[in-house]
Ligand binder design. Sequence first.
Ligand code: HXC
Length: 278
Amino acid sequence: MFKNDLLKGKRILVTGGGTGLGRSMAGRFAELGADLVLTGRRAEVLEEAAEEFRKLHSVEVEAIPCDIRDPAAVDAMLDQAWAKGALDSLVNNAAGNFIARTEGLSHRAVDAVLATVLHGTAYVTLGCGKRWLAEGRKASVLSVVTTYAWTGSAFVVPSAMAKAGVLAMTRSLAVEWGGRGIRLNAVAPGPFPTKGAWERLVPREDLADTFERKNPLGRVGDHAELANLATYLLADEAGYINGEVVTIDGGEWLQGAGQFNFLSALTDEDWEEIKPKK
Ligand code: HXC
């Protein structure tokens, strides 16, 4: 889909880059020649991913453990990343989420999600942005949101609030920083199975195929599909895309939205039967 060295010479920071979607996107960037900085809470998973990418793709990969909820730790992580050379891109992938009835949430439960998804994302984006603006450097940011950033969703309310905030940040800064060479975009993935998300969000075996059943394409997403979209939006070749959010969900959220979409359940015989009779 892309020329092999599309991202050669770029240095990309991926938060939550040791596991799940972050790891899949980071691996694709490395395959296309990018050097990486992977950050996340667990040193061992970061180092394991870093080692794999170094071996497979002969690129430079630095693993810097950091809890993005802590602004001082974010600043130290960015100083360390910058010490080996300025970053060109940031992927805001780190997130936290769980399903729960909202009336049962404690204030600590609300904060647990908002602290990572909203505050942590803001700390990392601002930290990178300040450095880029001071250097007069061109850069791009990609944030992973979800389709319920604009529809909202029951049972994941702190996550929906936080992702809506990240989308607002993306659109706001696209205007504020765009003229100074910094593009910000977002992707809104539908269901892309990962161990972390599925353990928390698919609570019972009998609900496991729900995402396939309610998707017009009848399947969940393939990590490679998301990684290619992320690559496209980050690359200089997409330089005129700024402040956009691209949905990649097989049509899932629209399926729930269109007034007459329920008619998908009708068979050929049903359609024959309801046709106006001449
Ligand atoms: C109710 C819960 C809860 C649950 C935690 N809490 N899990 N309340 N239901 N299932 C409450 C705790 O009781 C506690 O409140 C407070 O939240 C903090 O919990 P901790 O475990 O101390 O928090 P922490 O260790 O900081 O963990 C953060 C986390 C955790 C968000 C709760 O799940 C996490 O670190 N997740 C990271 C990975 C992840 O979530 N990946 C999925 C992202 S998917 P009290 O009052 O008891 O002290 C995504 C998009 C989904 O974002 C789209 C899919 C289609």
